[in-house]
Ligand binder design. Structure first.
Ligand code: CA
Length: 222
């Protein structure tokens, strides 16, 4: 999922449309408030962020994203009409991964998005996720509790990774199903419950960190 924050409706729709026709899923938001609400539900793999926005501007949103542990690792491409050198430096210093100046061609736009995602995949190989004693080495597909290795199936691993990437957020069974099993998976949400049960068993005491939120879904937290 890619989030596009852009207040000009036709540009926002064009960005979302272009990403979707390239095979990404994407959602558009008109300002920082809408983005915040969406971030509480699901974290994207990339955020495209306009600078001149009504209310909170793009720089301020960027600083906030980079300051919060849940959103710190999400790559951000600044999308803006400003092309002064000063702004580029400011954006990149605040932690933006790339910068694209309007007007731009859609081919260039897609190429930039793919390049940033590729760079992040390389970083991904060394990424580690933590929760209490639990440690997940993403690139090595390895789970450790203290210094003990835990063997998980591929789906259990992906389920744990997804919950950890959205640490302390409640993920619904449908969200988990879509993310871990894919949109075209022809299964039931019960599949999720079954895997959560085996995951908890394999994690032993650390399994208690996987919390059931009745009627909604699951959450992991310390
Ligand atoms: Ca704007």
């Amino acid at each position: 999922m890619i989030y596009c924050v852009e207040d000009e409706k036709n540009i926002r729709e064009l960005l979302v449309y272009t990403l979707e026709t390239t095979g990404f899923s994407a959602k558009g938001f008109a300002d920082g408030r809408e983005l915040n609400a969406a971030l509480k539900k699901e974290l994207p793999v990339l955020i495209l962020l306009d600078i001149m926005l009504p209310g909170e501007d793009g720089y301020s949103i960027l600083s906030r994203l980079k300051a919060a542990p849940e959103t710190r690792n999400i790559p951000v491409i600044m999308v803006t009409a400003k092309d002064a050198e000063f702004d580029k430096v400011k954006g990149l210093e605040t932690g933006a991964d790339d910068y694209i100046t309007k007007p731009f061609g859609m081919m260039e736009f897609v190429a930039r998005v793919k390049a940033v995602l590729r760079r992040c995949t390389r970083k991904e190989e060394n990424r580690e996720l933590y929760c209490g004693e639990l440690k997940v080495l993403v690139g090595r597909h390895e789970v450790q509790i203290g210094d003990k290795k835990v063997e998980l199936t591929r789906k259990e691993f992906e389920l744990l990774q997804y919950l950890l990437e959205n640490k302390s957020l409640v993920m619904s069974r449908n969200q988990i199903l879509c993310h871990v099993w894919g949109y075209d998976f022809d299964g039931e949400t019960r599949t999720v419950d079954v895997h959560v049960r085996t995951l908890r068993q394999k994690l032993g005491d650390a399994g208690n960190m996987v919390e059931t939120v009745r009627g909604v879904g699951y959450r992991i937290g310390d």
